[in-house]
Design a binder for this molecule. Structure first.
Ligand code: SAM
Length: 296
């Protein structure tokens, strides 16, 4: 674990006009663009985490703690824990540079992603690969399926894997205690281009490959991943899936016909399922998309 570790819990003013930490995340969209978690429902940020501050009129007191912060090749990644000022629930959040990658406040679609993918597979024992560990809710849902023999989770950022191994995030102990689960540091897209998602078994075939890395097939963390979502990249991805196996992708955006067309070139039974869930921060229902397709 690098950087600032376990800063003290403080009371902080919650205020939407928030100065942000300096950063060097070259692959991260600049502040103010439509970010993942801006769409994944960015919370108001604590404005000041350095000292106790009495709540003032028009502001709400919240506990806030930065559990870890590290420089990575794609920018600064941090894990924060805070108490929701309204529900009092303890929330965990991952930020990459300016962008919120994930919050434990919104996990419905991440869990549905795994449920929808595995729901397409009839009986038997299943070997599953997940791209993008995050807070681990997709992986946890995969392991909840008793048919799963082995789960390989490919995660680019070492600190994210460390959080799980150290039990800093709620799902970490479940994933790391389950002998069926292996957390592998690697670039999912490079591995798809190469010998697949299990370095111990090159060219291994999976019954399901489940992806939650980018905001959507068009809105990417790294521009160079674009080719993965095109016809060639999709065909290459499919080469790691067993016959009758399933590919599923999370998206923050509504279904895109262009991506459905790409999937239909390679897979059969291509669909885009809408997943609805309440967003109390915005006082409305939110919707994510799960693309799902079967290898003939
Ligand atoms: C939105 S989070 C995944 C959330 C996860 N579904 C969950 O339930 O918590 C995306 C994750 O993908 C990881 N990631 C980003 N680029 C990656 C890459 N090229 N290969 C593998 N993982 C990557 C990020 O570090 C992050 O942990």
């Amino acid at each position: 674990m690098n950087g600032v570790v376990g800063r003290n819990v403080v009371l902080a003013r919650v205020d939407s006009a928030t100065p942000r930490r300096g950063r060097d995340g070259a692959r991260v969209k600049p502040a103010g663009t439509a970010g993942h978690f801006q769409n994944r429902h960015a919370p108001p940020e604590p404005r000041d985490i350095t000292k106790r501050a009495a709540p003032q009129k028009g502001t709400v007191a919240a506990t806030f703690e930065e559990l870890d912060w590290s420089r990575t090749p794609i920018g600064e990644v941090s894990l924060r824990r805070r108490q929701d000022p309204v529900t009092r629930e303890i929330l965990f959040e991952v930020k990459l540079g300016d962008e919120f990658l994930m919050s434990s406040a919104f996990t419905v679609a991440e869990i549905e992603l795994a449920r929808i993918a595995l729901g397409r597979l009839p009986g038997g024992t299943l070997d599953v690969a997940v791209g993008g560990l995050g807070l681990g809710y997709t992986a946890q849902r995969v392991l909840a399926d008793a048919r799963v023999r082995e789960l390989v989770v490919v995660e680019l950022l070492r600190p994210v894997i460390s959080w799980h191994r150290q039990g800093l995030v709620p799902v970490g102990p479940t994933l790391t205690a389950d002998a069926r689960c292996r957390l592998i540091q690697g670039d999912f897209f490079e591995m798809s281009d190469g010998e697949g998602f299990d370095p111990e078994y090159p060219s291994r075939l999976f019954d399901a490959v489940i992806l939650d890395i980018d905001h959507s097939p068009k809105h990417l963390l790294a521009d160079e991943s674009a080719k993965f979502y095109g016809p060639l990249g999709t065909r290459q991805l499919a080469s790691h899936i067993a016959e009758g196996g399933v590919y599923a992708v999370w998206s923050n955006d509504p279904p895109e016909q262009a991506y459905l067309d790409v999937l239909a070139e390679v897979f059969v039974d291509v669909a885009a399922d809408a997943v609805h869930f309440p967003n109390p921060l915005q006082g409305r229902e939110a919707t994510n998309t799960v693309y799902v397709a079967t290898k003939a």
